[in-house]
Write a protein that binds this ligand. Sequence first.
Ligand SMILES: Cc1cc2nc3c(=O)[nH]c(=O)nc-3n(C[C@H](O)[C@H](O)[C@H](O)COP(=O)(O)OP(=O)(O)OC[C@H]3O[C@@H](n4cnc5c(N)ncnc54)[C@H](O)[C@@H]3O)c2cc1C
Ligand code: FES
Ligand code: FES
Length: 452
Amino acid sequence: MLSFICNNEEMTVDCPGGLPVLDWIRSQTGLKGTKEGCREGDCGACTVVVGKPGTAEIEYSAACSCLLPIGEIAGCHLVTIEGLTTGDELTPFQKSFYDEAASQCGFCTPGMIMSLTGCLLGSSELSVSAAMESLDGNICRCTGYVAVRRAVDSVMNELPPKWDNRLKMLIDKGHVPAYFRTVSERLKKLPVHETSENGTFIAGGTDIYVHSSDKLSDEQPEFLSRRDDLNFIRRDDGLVRIGASVTFKQLRESPVITGLFPGLKGFLSRVSSTQIRSRATVGGNIVNASPIADLAVVLLALDASVTISDRSVLLSEFYLDYKKLDMQPGEIITEVSFPPPEPGSVLSSLKICKREYLDIASVNSSILFRVENSVIRRARISAGGVSPIPLLLVKTGEYLRGRIISEETVMEACKLASSEISPISDVRGSKEYKEELLKAQIRAHLTRSATQ
Ligand SMILES: Cc1cc2nc3c(=O)[nH]c(=O)nc-3n(C[C@H](O)[C@H](O)[C@H](O)COP(=O)(O)OP(=O)(O)OC[C@H]3O[C@@H](n4cnc5c(N)ncnc54)[C@H](O)[C@@H]3O)c2cc1C
Ligand code: FES
Ligand code: FES
């Protein structure tokens, strides 16, 4: 039995914890505003907003309900498009979409309104650009985005410049109904449900649900995201430590991470979409072992180690072969850690894909370097999409140390990198193209380092 609040109603349901929320909404509630499109986290039509009790108040974020197991929302507030109003009135975003002709067939529209509402309720910043970014996981195939942009502009420009209480301001402006005020107290009264302790591990579910949704629908998985002991970002014992269940959203907003690597926030905004980043975890990105996993490539450049039970393994030795890891079934990664970079170090991360947002890389790469008087004192370089595993380019890094940045250095580094990789031709490009992409990225990294 699982208890949660769906819109304004307390619910207790008897179903497997692995059932996707989308299937529960559409088959059990009669609420049909949440649409089923791709079932792979790619279109955003199924977007809902989930409110989790946080330390001070409820933390809301948008999520794809097709990749969200229902066990994850136990004790939470699930908001669908029907929960944004209590009568016939429209929210300001619904009204502006109508006024600006931002909806044609309407299939994508509820998902867009939910993403925008997730931004209003949970984004660290409220601005036109933050609202537009919140739509990076919503695809519209008929209206296009110009009218959507007009609709977003008109609503965001109407928000007051200052407020004391964000939820009160949003209720007063009609973005969410007054019942939102009562949700926090009502959630505290719901029965607590423990997660299963021997099911399939699910962290954010954004990888495993893409390929195993049907199988997991009947299971009671073990929800790693519900474990507080896996959710932390801190500096201690001379290391930066990140719990395995930290999400990409948390990483982007962490002062520890952005303080060390100011440029990383921009790179992380190109990882998946707002809905996926609110769920996708660090541990899932590493264990998923995709050769183009964006965070794995960054962490390799940072000389990271993973902690599995009571042992620690260098990430560069953790990947044994394509999707083969130095980890036994049943083991979990608890944290990833790395030494804080020496003062003056810079992390540069690049990703080239077929489209700018919501796409995985054809080739990605990261370099941690420190340059003194034009001489490279430190360089650790990694790349994805060019081998069966996320790869540390050991020889290229060694070559760069002690060199002055020059055209000759760039050419030689590119030559060495080519000798370290083994790309294959696939839907993301031919092997020759991927080799050229990596060379272009190395050139760009070194040009950046020359200007530091
Ligand atoms: C639309 C879409 C876009 C995406 N775009 C990108 C992208 O741009 N870049 C990118 O790198 N990835 C992308 N991904 C892939 C995915 O979101 C990430 O790899 C994400 O980090 C996976 O984390 P998760 O917590 O959701 O993993 P889950 O799906 O929960 O788990 C993945 C696997 O890891 C295991 N696992 C999870 N945590 C642990 C742990 N702590 N210990 C042991 N095993 C564990 C699970 O059992 C499962 O086998 C995208 C996915 C989607 C659906
Ligand atoms: S149905 Fe397309 S993202 Fe969920
Ligand atoms: S309005 Fe038709 S898909 Fe967006």
